[in-house]
Design a protein around this ligand. Structure first.
Ligand SMILES: Nc1ncnc2c1ncn2[C@@H]1O[C@H](COP(=O)(O)OP(=O)(O)OP(=O)(O)O)[C@@H](O)[C@H]1O
Length: 580
């Protein structure tokens, strides 16, 4: 898609409706532009004393007919364009949301949620306003201007008088060329600053509890104030420029009127033109002031929305870091997972998070991964799920490089439970049955029992129908973690990955969950990642990661006998437990 693709594509797809609406607006303008001509001829008849009652009535009815026709035609045209604008807004928000689901975690960590929200809210609205109001006003203004000029010529007003009167208007294109790009540049600055403010507001709200517990509300307010100040000064710069531009166009119109009054007045005194022509000319120039003001307005809106359109187009043309091949293979079943010489550095990071990892995970086995914080455990899982793209040929499932697989088929075969599983503002039941909303309540309850959260849930007044989040109940950290665990356990997937998913539960609950896992894990490939050795000691194989490398590998008994890092960590943790 080209930079302008979004809007152009939309207008091309809807051109017959746009054309029809524009024609209606043009027709309404032609009618309106005949008003001064009618009034001019009325004045001449009045001066010549040739007016009769039925002529007066005819003139009045003509004016009424023009007014009604104008309202009908303009109203319908404007409604059609507004409707198209709203549809554009709706479609663009959907496309942006679709794009969000394509983009990788890396993109989101780079951009920040606030900035992305501002695309969906501020930018889309700004483009919609331009294509609704902008198209209506631009068509209206341009054709009213042109119709007035044509009608002036048809009204018998001498050509030289018209030309002299509209000379000041010739400066308009120069003003547009001068101001347009400058307004656009300043608008982009404002939109960027708005995005930064949304981002800052989002972060401040997210961290409000921390801010309060540290009693640093004042400095938080000050920091937010800085982003607001940045918008204020950028907005003032924009407003200064756009107001100047908007004021200059009517000024040109006013100069035209002055010229027409001066030259037209002299010609009327010399009887070179009729009084009717003079009245018509001044009325035309008065009417022209409206479109001129509108054109200034529209150009301002268009420039502002142009900046927003650029931002939205930039987002929609963003190429995701993790992409599917055109003919990606669909993964039907997971047998063996082979990892060979896997090294990985995060984009922009100098030191690798994983170094030379080689590992075979046979189907149906349980593998524990332990290691101190920052040793690369979560990175390993992210690569397995292709949240980040692993280097070519380093991770294979059933001998196929996972980069050849479709993302949907890969991810739907894996149930992943992160440490801080996000819960949505809906019922507990819907949160647990996230992978398949149709599963019966018994199955949801069964998973809740396995995750040791059932007893908590049935004590809530609405049990599994209890609402969570903004309009509902707030769960404790441990309850949240176990609800998210139940969500992973219910998923019908051949591979289960628990990424530190029991860190917020006590030792007794953990051992209950581990018992369930041994039951669920039958026939499933299970990866348990943990700081705590108690969570992995029953695994068929344990991998000890240290600074991105496999430091040790084996069963619990084997690793204990080796008396290395694993055995030392185990002793430390056991001692901690006994001291508690
Ligand atoms: N998105 C990221 N961008 C850059 N570096 C990252 C990113 N995520 C993790 N890292 C770095 O990669 C290294 C491994 O991190 P990882 O999250 O895999 O460790 P971990 O063993 O899971 O730690 P923990 O037990 O604390 O969750 C760390 O040095 C970390 O700083």
């Amino acid at each position: 898609m080209s930079k302008k693709g979004l809007l152009r594509g939309y207008v091309i797809a809807n051109w017959p409706v746009y054309l029809f609406a524009v024609l209606l607006i043009i027709a309404s303008n032609v009618g309106q532009a005949s008003l001064p001509r009618i009034l001019g001829s009325f004045t001449d008849q009045l001066m010549q004393n040739t007016l009769q009652m039925n002529t007066v009535i005819r003139y009045s009815l003509s004016l009424l007919a023009i007014a009604i026709a104008y309202n009908l035609l303009f109203g319908t045209g404007q409604f059609m364009i507004m409707k198209l604008g709203r549809r554009f807004e709706f479609m663009t928000r959907e496309r942006i949301f679709g794009k969000f689901s394509e983009l990788s975690e890396h993109y989101f960590s780079k951009q920040g949620n606030g900035k992305l929200l501002s695309y969906v809210m501020n930018d889309v609205t700004s483009v919609r306003e331009a294509i609704s109001n902008g198209v209506t006003m631009m068509t209206n203004a341009t054709f009213l201007l042109l119709s007035c000029i044509v009608m002036m010529l048809l009204s018998g007003i001498p050509m030289r008088l018209i030309l002299i009167s509209i000379v000041p208007l010739l400066a308009i294109p120069f003003l547009v060329v001068f101001f347009g790009p400058r307004i656009r540049k300043r608008s982009r600055d404002v939109q960027d600053a708005l995005a930064t403010m949304t981002e800052s507001a989002e972060e401040q709200l997210g961290g409000i509890r921390v801010t309060k517990t540290f009693a640093i509300e004042d400095s938080a307010r000050e920091r937010f104030g800085l982003t607001v100040d940045a918008i204020k000064s950028k907005q003032l710069r924009l407003v200064r420029l756009s107001s100047l531009f908007q004021a200059l166009l009517p000024l040109l119109g006013a100069i035209s009127l002055v010229v027409s009054l001066l030259v037209g007045g002299i010609l009327t005194m010399q009887n070179s033109i009729t009084l009717g022509s003079f009245v018509a000319l001044t009325l035309y120039l008065r009417i022209i002031m409206g479109p001129l003001q509108q054109i200034g307005n529209v150009i301002n809106t268009m420039q502002r929305s142009g900046a927003s359109l650029e931002r939205v187009n930039d987002l929609l043309t963003e190429v995701p870091d993790v992409r599917e091949l055109p003919h990606a293979t669909s993964l039907q079943a997971v047998n063996d997972i082979k990892i060979e010489n896997l090294s990985f550095s995060y984009p922009g990071s100098l030191s690798p998070a994983l170094k030379n990892i080689s590992l075979n995970i046979q189907a149906g086995r349980t593998v524990g991964i332990v290691g101190k914080t920052g040793s690369g455990k979560s990175t390993f899982v992210k690569l397995l799920l292709r949240t980040y793209e692993p280097p070519e040929g380093t991770i294979r499932i059933n001998d196929t490089d996972i980069r050849q697989l479709s993302l949907e088929s890969l991810r739907s075969r894996i149930a992943y439970v992160p440490q801080d599983g996000f819960l949505f503002s809906t019922t507990i039941r819907d949160n647990i049955a996230f992978s398949d909303r149709e599963v019966p309540l018994d199955t949801v309850e069964h998973s809740a029992r396995q995750a040791m959260i059932y007893e908590n849930i049935i004590r809530f007044p609405d049990r599994f129908d209890t609402l969570l989040g903004e309009r509902g109940l707030t769960l404790s950290g441990g309850q949240r973690q176990r609800t998210s665990l139940a969500r992973g356990l219910i998923k019908k997937a051949q591979v289960l990955i628990l990424d530190d998913s029991m860190s917020a539960v006590d030792a007794v609950t953990e051992s209950g969950i581990l018992r369930s896992l041994r039951e669920i894990g039958k026939g499933k490939t299970t990866l348990i990642i943990s700081h705590r050795i108690s969570a992995v000691r029953h695994a068929d194989e344990i991998i000890v990661l240290d600074e991105g490398r496999i430091a040790e590998q084996g069963t619990h008994a084997g690793l204990m006998a080796a008396k290395g890092l694993y055995a030392a960590t185990y002793r430390l943790q056991e001692e901690g437990l006994h001291h508690d």
